[in-house]
Design a protein around this ligand. Structure first.
Ligand code: K1U
Ligand code: ZN
Length: 195
């Protein structure tokens, strides 16, 4: 049975309407690096069915709560090729994107540099340069094939999330020294939290 239309509109809107419990959406735990799950390659979904739609809604709930502008399924321990993104500003209407099996089919030569963060690498930020524009092919929440021409922050965020599906983290674009410093700090932080 398909869900009511409003629950598929936006987890953010649903929460602000106080309807999170009624939808059955759930906030999931975000996996912090270093963790082997974040280095695995995720598998394609066969189709976007009710199970995948529920996963997408949980991911949006988790992303808005963090808060973040994107999330990939491996970050909550699910090794499937599913991402969610919403780069709308605070004073704009939410514009969540739910994508299954996203693929970059074209990128511009022009680049865009942005100080990236990652919910799996809390409190660490670094400039990363990526193509400024990208065409993305994906399945939407109704399993319909779509193509999106993304620019600047949206393009950066989608590329960052697709990297997660391939076990790549933004620190992999930094020098080995910077990467190992960040990962060592996170190991220490996790040990301190576990103690
Ligand atoms: O994939 C993730 O871990 C989410 C990540 C996405 C991302 C951020 C910046 C560049 C590329 C991809 C985040 O959302 S980190 C948090 C963040 O950027 C943010 C949080 C609150 C308001 C605005 C931005
Ligand atoms: Zn990330």
């Amino acid at each position: 049975m398909s869900r009511p239309a409003w629950t598929r509109n936006s987890a953010h809107q649903a929460r602000s309407l106080g309807k999170t419990e009624a939808t059955g959406m759930a906030k999931r735990e975000i996996i912090i690096a270093p963790d082997p799950v974040l280095r695995k390659t995720a598998t394609k979904v066969e189709a976007v069915d009710d199970r995948v739609r529920a996963l997408m809604d949980d991911m949006l709930e988790t992303m808005y709560d963090a808060p973040g502008i994107g999330l990939a399924a491996p970050q909550i321990g699910v090794l499937e090729r599913v991402i969610v993104v919403d780069v709308s500003a605070k004073d704009e209407e939410p514009s969540p994107l739910r994508m299954a099996n996203p693929e970059v089919v074209w990128t511009s030569d022009e680049t865009f540099t942005y100080e990236e963060g990652c919910l799996s690498l809390p409190e660490h930020y670094a400039e990363v340069t990526r193509p400024a524009e990208a065409k993305i092919r994906y399945l939407d929440e109704d399993s319909a094939p779509q193509e999106l021409h993304a620019k600047e922050l949206l393009a950066t965020c989608i590329q960052h999330e697709i990297d997660h599906l391939n076990g790549i983290l933004f620190v992999d674009y930094l020098s080995a020294l910077k990467r190992s410093m960040i990962l060592r700090k996170l190991t220490k932080m996790k040990k301190a939290k576990a103690a």
